[in-house]
Ligand binder design. Structure first.
Ligand SMILES: [Zn+2]
Length: 268
């Protein structure tokens, strides 16, 4: 399963690697064992995983760039740009699915946000936005934020949280879908304020894991002192925010500890 954390921690893979069996099966399953080009169903052994944006043209070797194709279509497509191949078959790029993106796949997010994200992939597949090479993912995130701020959802977020930096604000809708409570959400927002904790956010922004257990584990097990310090700083800001809003501090949340160089004491 492709997790939210991958959105922040993955490095673009360039060049052809071996696609793990589990991922191949996941792609076939999601595409219902149907070739996305000719629309015909096949038994698994006759199916291949196609790179929509061909590797030879700089496309990434990752799940959002995969689609199920029969051998015939895959061979015919080879390194033809997706746009041209789709046109030759009368297929609309928009009709091709995007699999494995943590925003598009998150059914708890407002549909407008998921569509914003889908449109970015469509643009990339049409060749209107670069989706190749090392900085491809960064470009996707940047384009996503830009499109988000131009949308109604983004406008609402700006009005609601005007003091939050843009990159932190962009995480809010996702944080809302994975937080068990309003209080948990507040903490995630504090955590996002440190740009360097983005990969950390990814690892705690996971629905099937308890937020505070994850945080406690990172604080006790991580060898990264700077990271622990940032978590403590987020906890301090969080404690303040909880007080300001007259909420009660969660019983299972760690209290901020006196870290190296910090002079903070708490009376939680
Ligand atoms: Zn086919």
């Amino acid at each position: 399963m492709y997790r939210l954390q991958d959105r922040f921690t993955r490095t673009s893979r360039i060049g052809r690697g071996k696609i793990p069996r589990g991922i191949r099966q996941e792609v076939f399953l999601r595409d219902n064992n149907t070739c996305q080009f000719c629309g015909r169903g096949f038994p698994e052994e006759l199916l291949t995983v196609d790179h929509l944006i061909p590797i030879a043209l700089g496309g990434l070797d990752e799940i959002t760039n995969y689609a199920t194709a029969c051998r015939h279509c895959n061979e015919k497509k080879a390194a033809t740009p997706l746009k041209d191949f789709a046109a030759s078959l009368n297929i609309r790029i928009e009709a091709l699915p995007v699999h494995g993106d943590p925003i598009i796949d998150n059914q708890d997010l407002p549909i407008q946000i998921r569509l914003i994200r889908k449109r970015i992939f469509d643009k990339q597949r049409k060749g209107e936005l670069r989706a190749t090479g090392k900085s491809a993912q960064k470009r996707t995130e940047k384009e996503y934020r830009r499109a988000l701020w131009e949308s109604e959802v983004g406008n609402q977020l700006s009005n609601e949280l005007p003091s939050l930096p843009g990159h932190a604000r962009a995480i809010v809708p996702e944080a809302r879908t994975v937080s068990a409570s309003e209080v948990d959400q507040l903490f995630l927002i504090e955590l996002t304020k440190s740009a360097n904790t983005r990969s950390l956010i990814g690892s705690v922004l996971t629905k099937d894991r308890d937020l505070w257990t994850s945080i406690e584990r990172i604080r006790s097990e991580s060898k990264d002192d700077a990271l622990k310090k940032r978590i403590d700083q987020a906890l301090i800001r969080f404690a303040k925010e909880v007080r300001r809003r007259n909420l009660s501090y969660p019983t299972n949340a760690p209290s901020p500890q006196v870290g190296s160089g910090s002079q903070v004491t708490t009376n939680v």
